[in-house]
Ligand binder design. Structure first.
Ligand SMILES: Cc1cc2nc3c(=O)[nH]c(=O)nc-3n(C[C@H](O)[C@H](O)[C@H](O)COP(=O)(O)OP(=O)(O)OC[C@H]3O[C@@H](n4cnc5c(N)ncnc54)[C@H](O)[C@@H]3O)c2cc1C
Length: 174
């Protein structure tokens, strides 16, 4: 893995590839990918609350679309394809909110969540690359946590200030 910078402060925020690399350097799994499929519906509910029902999130967007998701797949062949499991997610969303019935599906997508062994974010000194750093394991909250993760990693890497919770440190997650 040499796609990034090779000098200066180095942060490995490489998702599932990083988990696989650390697993290869360790004696047991450091983490794995969990695929998720979601859909975007042309349904304007921007003034309505977000709902979690039938194990599905229904999320109104300010642009007049509504997202529904998602699957949680430990085993998968293609990280970015969608299939009948997404149809089931949409059906469960419609069962929970009948008003969604017939709403055009304008996008179907999939991605892989990087899940650490502990299920917690893994932040701090890289366990297998001395002098370098890691930010991984965002799993299902990686977007929400991103600003705070960036802040604590910048504090640590640039100023040597460690505000990372013990449970998130790589030595605890391994
Ligand atoms: C369906 C679905 C719904 C989700 N919903 C939410 C949600 O509502 N809220 C939320 O907070 N999170 C959500 N997530 C989780 C969120 O997507 C992840 O936690 C987040 O994307 C993790 O970010 P990351 O940057 O750590 O890893 P990634 O997003 O996996 O990014 C890692 C990047 O590193 C790159 N990379 C790998 N190796 C190298 C290398 N050697 N050099 C350079 N680059 C490299 C990869 O190409 C990739 O672009 C969802 C995920 C899915 C799949």
């Amino acid at each position: 893995m040499t796609d990034g910078p090779t000098t200066g402060r180095i942060l490995w925020a490489t998702g599932i590839a990083g988990l696989e690399e650390m697993t290869a350097a360790h004696t047991r799994s450091v983490g794995n990918g969990v695929k998720g499929q979601g859909a975007l519906l042309a349904f304007d509910a921007r003034d309505q609350p977000q709902i979690f029902a039938n194990e599905v999130h229904i999320v109104p967007h300010e642009d007049g679309t509504t997202a529904v998701g998602s699957t949680s797949e430990r085993y998968y062949d293609d990280p970015s394809s969608t299939d009948a499991q997404l149809d089931d997610v949409i059906a469960r969303a419609v069962a929970a909110v009948p008003a969604l019935a017939g709403a055009p599906v304008i996008a179907r997508w999939a991605g892989v969540r990087p899940r650490s062994r502990s299920r917690a974010p893994m932040l701090g000194a890289h366990p297998f690359r001395p002098g370098e750093f890691v930010a991984n394991g965002g799993f299902k909250i990686g977007f929400g946590m991103a600003p705070k993760v960036a802040q604590v990693m910048a504090d640590l890497m640039l100023d040597g200030i460690d505000k990372i919770p013990e449970d998130f440190k790589p030595e605890t997650c391994l």
